[in-house]
Structures are given as C-alpha cells and as structure tokens.
Design a protein around this ligand. Structure first.
Ligand code: ATP
Ligand code: MG
Length: 567
C-alpha cells in the first residue's frame, strides 16, 4: 500500500495522557486514536495488526472444534434479570433504554445471550459438548479506564462458551481451551504464565488467568523459584506453620501512644518490630461486621476473607460504622474487649504470638503484652493474608517470588450457575432432564495487542514479531523526485506485491529523516531503502529489531526477502 494514500498520522511528541510505552507508541505511530476516555478507534495499520492477532485466535479456536458466531451486542435487561446479574454486575454494565423505555445493556460479556440461545435450540445429550466463540467489541464502564488499550471501556474480546453434559466433560473442554490459549500466546511471541486465579463474580470454581509478564501489569503473580507453580497473588495460599511463641503470657497493659498514626509509627514508639504488633481491620462481609486480625507485617487478603465466608460482597467498614461498633475510628482498633456484634477472625500467624501490642479502641492508646485467646477471643483462625516473597511455595517446591502481569486471557469453569438461572437443560440418554454444565473463556484481543507492544519495543519505536506487524516490508524511496529512485522503488513495489509480500511503500515527498523516524516507529520487520545508489540497482536492507544492515542487488531482493521470512 502506498503510504501517501494511507491514514497513518504519526506524532513526534509523546501524548500527555499516555503513561506507558504501548499507549504512547500505538498513538504516536498512528495505530489508534482515542475518541473518549477508554474508547479507541483503530486506524488502518492498527486494524491490520488486530486482524492478525484475531486470525491466530480464530485458527486455534477452530482447531479445538469451537465455531465462530456473532451475538448481538445490545442485550435486553430481561436476560440479565434472569441470571441475576442485572442487580449484581454494578455500574460497569453500560445500561440504556429504547424509545419504549425498555431497559437494555451493552454486552460486557455474553453468558446470558448464549445460554438463552442454547437452551432453546439444544435439547439432547447427543448434541453435547458444544463450544462456540465470537470476536466482538465489549462494553464495560470501567472505574479507571487507563493505559490505552490495556483497560478500555470499549474493547475487543474473544469470548467462547462450552456446554457440557457433566463436570468431567467440562474438564475436557477446559483443558482443550487451556492448551489452545497456551498455543495462541506462544504464537504471538509473548512471555506469559498461566496462573491460578479467583473466579470473581462469575460464580465459578476452577479458573486460570493468562498473564503477560510486564512491569506495567496491574496484577501480581506469585510464582515458585523452582517449580512451575504460579498463582494470582490474590489466590496463593500460605502454607506456613508458625512456631508458637514460648514466652509466658504477661499481664496486659494499656499505654499511651500519642500522635502515632501508622503501624510503623506505633511499632517504633513502642520499640518493637512490625511483626510484634497486631493489625486489626474492620470489614463488612455481606451483612455482618468482621474484624480481621493479622500480624503487623502482613497484609489482609480480602479475597480469602470473601471465600472464608462464601460471601458476595466484602468491603471495608465505614469509619462511621466502626465508631458506632467500637467507639473509635480507624487508627487504634484492636480485638480486645470488642462487643458480641463484631466477629473476630485472625490469620494463622496470630495464633502463634504472645505479648504483642494492639490498638485499644481508644484514640491515642494501645495495649501491650497482649496474648491471643488469653486477652481476646478469636472465633476462627484461617489463612487470611497475602503471600509474601520468600514464603514457601504452596506446592511445596521452592520459594515464592513476585512478578507483575497483564491479564490477557481467562478460562473459567462456570458450572451450572447460568444454566440453573436460565433453565438450560437437556435430556440424557435415559430421557431424564439434566442441567447443562458450562465453561466461559475470554481473551482480551485489543489488550493483547498492547501487551505485545509492551514486550516488543525499543527507544525508537515498536519492534513487532514479524508475523504480527502490519506489513512485512517497509519500502522507502528516499527522494521520489529523483526519477531513477522513483522508478526503481515503483518497480520493487510491484514486484513484492506480486510475490504476495505485504509491503508498505513510503512514496511521500518527505525528508529522509522523517521517513526513517516513522519507519522505526511503525516497527515493520524489514526495511528496504532506495536511495543514492538506485542508479547501480543497489538497495539497502535493514532489520528493525537487530538494526543489522546490508546492501542487496535489485535482482536479489525478492529471494533475500523470502529467505529472511523463512527464517
Ligand atoms: P480485569 O481484571 O483486567 O478487569 P476481567 O477479569 O474483568 O479483567 P474477564 O471478564 O475475564 O476480565 O474478560 C476476559 C478478558 O478480557 C480479560 O482476560 C482481559 O484480557 C480482557 N479485558 C477485560 N476487561 C478489559 C478492559 N477493560 N479493557 C481491555 N481488555 C479487557
Ligand atoms: Mg474487569
């Protein structure tokens, strides 16, 4: 394609709102443009990259027998009321109504739509298992859209759904999908890990996230330094046994701790380490109020708390409610002498302690020499803290290290949640009605494009893996006003096109410096420059990623290019 005729607006300056590489480069190189917060259009070269990623996803889906369809993005509220998610999904769901005041949602995901189709069309076990997928824009009114394509409010997702006769059959579909995802991200050239994840609001059990390793990732992965264990930090269980303190419990005492705000302040003031103080945080767990107590150097993991109570919603209690229940606000909370209304649960590490400090539920005061069970009651000890670097790996092999990750894919075993709510059943081989068992599998296609750029860039621009780049070859004619350069470049352009090579031809009347800079920005793997030596039929070839340069004779260009792509 001729660059002079293409919409590829490049920018010299980094856009002010773009904090991370992928956002900066995709905008600067003319791949995308923002139209509103978290909403982007893909310009022609952006569309080409997106399509290449889509095609890989498509191929791997079809390989495991999933078939492509396209569901409506506009979904009637009734369906979401049937599943119950109209009431639980919250403000991320984009809601609107039609001219008859009927409520609709823009598809944030499509479990309801596909389940309603399948329940109407599939009646017999003979038609199961069935897996379908689509690649389509999704809408989510994210609280903090940011980082360009990484967290948008409209974004491209591949979503797939499996319908199975049994949980065993679901396991098979899930494993196939898991393998397909591994193939996809490998083919995309990404450095990724599949990690054990939390099932969140989808109501499922087994679930894995596919994480691209990157410092800009929002998720933290806990992985073993010796085995292939990896989990989202939210999910990694702590399997330590804490050695019980041998100190004899002393007499608890109330001491004044004026103006000591943080855990660290209090520990310093009392002259002990963070681990010798208790951290007490008030949570609202569905309808009850729970005080969670951990060691001062540990962090409460609210997902573990949620799972402990099998709760729908876990949030911090308001300061107002905390005052009402404990007589004091945040900052000096502790488990000693709290009313019956407050349930105290503690992390396993707390059980082993003796003679530690904690807030006295009175501003400016703490208790010292506090010993669990003797000085306060705990209704339940459980694993309630985040794993830390250096903790033993949950699989018993090695120790935990952290890495940041971008979640590009997610596979869930949904079970019967949607089938139950929407009445999706089939007749088994005995003619008995059975509930369908479902799985749901997503890939953030547009997010994946950004994740690739995060892993493939240098100081001059993007360095796409060859098969993802918008074009294979960038052909530059440095001075198209010179007839011999124009002629040779025109000729090469036709030759490459005819040979089926995807070529972008910079035929613009721009300075050479501008052309080189744009070319580096785009990240097309191979650059052919027709310049001063056009008269001798000599072309300069440069690899984008390595910067390696060579001179090629006009007659060898095609074979050299073909050879390069073969490797
Ligand atoms: P996140 O935790 O990042 O919000 P999610 O758990 O809400 O993701 P899923 O509902 O599992 O995401 O959606 C499937 C995939 O869609 C995700 O793995 C991710 O790659 C992608 N995705 C989700 N939300 C966004 C978004 N706001 N912008 C771009 N891609 C997204
Ligand atoms: Mg989300």
């Amino acid at each position: 394609m001729k660059q002079s005729q293409m919409l590829i607006p490049t920018l010299k300056e980094v856009p002010a709102d773009a904090e991370i590489k992928s956002h900066q480069l995709l905008v600067r190189a003319g791949y995308i443009r923002q139209i509103a917060s978290g909403i982007y259009s893909f310009l022609p070269i952006g569309r080409r990259v997106l399509r290449k990623v889509e095609d890989i996803v498509r191929e791997e889906m079809e390989k495991i027998g999933a078939h492509e369809m396209m569901m409506a993005a506009l979904q009637p509220a009734e369906l979401w009321k049937e599943s119950g998610r109209w009431f639980t999904y919250g403000s991320e769901l984009m809601r609107l109504h039609d001219r008859h005041e009927r409520d609709f949602a823009l598809g944030a995901t499509h479990e309801e739509v596909i389940t309603s189709i399948v329940r109407d069309e599939i009646k017999s076990y003979k038609r199961l298992p069935l897996t379908v997928f689509q690649i389509q824009n999704k809408f989510r009114d994210e609280k903090r859209p940011r980082f360009g394509l990484l967290r948008g409010r409209e974004f491209l997702m591949k979503d797939a759904y499996s319908f199975n006769e049994s949980f065993e059959s679901l396991d098979e579909s899930y494993n196939q999908m898991f393998q397909a995802y591994s193939n996809i991200f490998k083919r995309l050239g990404l450095n990724f890990r599949a990690v054990i994840a939390d099932s969140g609001q989808m109501g499922g059990k087994d679930t894995h996230e596919f994480m691209v390793l990157s410092d800009v990732g929002e998720d933290v992965i806990a992985y073993s330094d010796t085995s292939d264990y990896a989990a989202n930090i939210e999910m990694a269980p702590v399997i330590m046994t804490y050695e019980k303190s041998q100190d004899a419990p002393k007499q608890m005492e109330k001491v004044s701790t004026p103006d000591q705000k943080t855990m660290q302040d209090v520990a310093d003031y009392l002259g002990h380490g963070l681990e010798a103080g208790l951290k007490s945080i008030m949570f609202k767990v569905d309808d009850r109020y729970v005080m969670v107590v951990t060691r001062g150097d540990h962090e409460v993991n609210d997902i573990k708390l949620k799972n402990l109570y099998d709760a729908d919603i876990v949030e911090l209690a308001s300061e107002e409610k905390t005052k009402e229940l404990l007589g004091t606000g945040f900052g000096s909370l502790g488990p000693v002498g709290v009313s019956e209304e407050v349930e105290v649960v503690a992390d396993y590490a707390v059980e082993a302690l003796a003679n530690v400090s904690c807030g006295a539920n009175e501003a400016g005061y703490h208790f010292v020499n506090v010993t669990p069970q003797q000085d306060f009651k705990v209704s339940q000890y459980a694993d309630l803290r985040f794993i830390k670097e250096g903790d033993p790996s949950p699989d018993g092999q090695g120790h935990i290290q952290f890495a940041r990750g971008i979640e590009v894919g997610h596979v869930f075993k949904l079970g019967t949640f949607y089938a139950d709510n929407l009445n999706a059943s089939y007749l088994d081989d005995q003619g008995k009605a059975q509930t369908m068992v479902m799985g749901s599998y997503g890939i953030g296609v547009s997010r994946t494009v950004a994740a690739i750029v995060e892993q493939y860039n240098d100081e001059r621009g993007i360095t796409w893996p060859a098969h993802i780049a918008p074009f294979q070859v960038h052909l530059l004619s440095l001075n198209p006003k010179k007839e011999e350069q124009k002629q040779l470049a025109d000729q090469l352009y036709e030759q490459l096109k005819t040979a089926g090579i995807e070529v972008l031809y910079d035929d613009r009347k721009e300075r050479a410096g501008v052309k080189f800079a744009d070319s580096d920005l785009f990240g097309i793997p191979l650059r052919l420059t027709v310049g001063k030596r056009a008269g001798e039929g000599i072309i300069e070839m440069k690899e984008r990623t390595t910067g390696e340069q060579s001179e090629v004779d006009q007659s060898d260009v095609l074979s050299t290019v073909n050879e390069w792509f073969k490797q």
